[in-house]
Design a protein around this ligand. Sequence first.
Ligand code: ZN
Length: 207
Amino acid sequence: MTSIMKIICIGRNYVDHAKELNNPVPKQPLVFMKPPSAILVNNKPLYYPEFTENLHYEAEMVLRICRNGRHVQQEFAPKYYEQIAFGIDFTARDVQSRLKEKGHPWEIAKGFDGSAPISEFINLDRLLNPKAIEFQLTKNGEVVQSGNTKDLIFSFDTLICHVSKYFKLQVGDYIYTGTPAGVGPVKVGDVLEGSIEGKALLSCEIK
Ligand code: ZN
């Protein structure tokens, strides 16, 4: 991770999640960013922010960009990522709702310090099913989100093409690729654990 990396995030990229929050299914990827200070590594805890009363987890697969590029064409998109991690896009849902109502930017609801825990990265070619990656999030041992990247509305390759029209992709950038259904609140003392293809990768306690 370099200090100038970008954290690009995709909203509403699974139909079942768009529906659970009563949002329309988008015709183009919905893109937003978090600052590098949002990243939490090494299974560090997240301290419940004082500005929200409805902190939600969103389990997401995260790509790491491995080459620089702009205006990437679909056929070359697979060359831009070779590793994946388990990430959580923490969202202050009450703050986000108030901002959305007014049509305001939602950075403070999603980009606050520690809002982007991330696991170690694993090579895609070491997965059983790189085109249909199964992942799961548990809260206090109970499964709360089960996803599969075959259900993405916009594939990894499509996201690379779309995002690189606006932002130069640079080595070390991350793309949080969206969350499946099952998002929900956490409280102090909860422990979230994320796995990819059954392999435990991320743990995050709310303090
Ligand atoms: Zn998200």
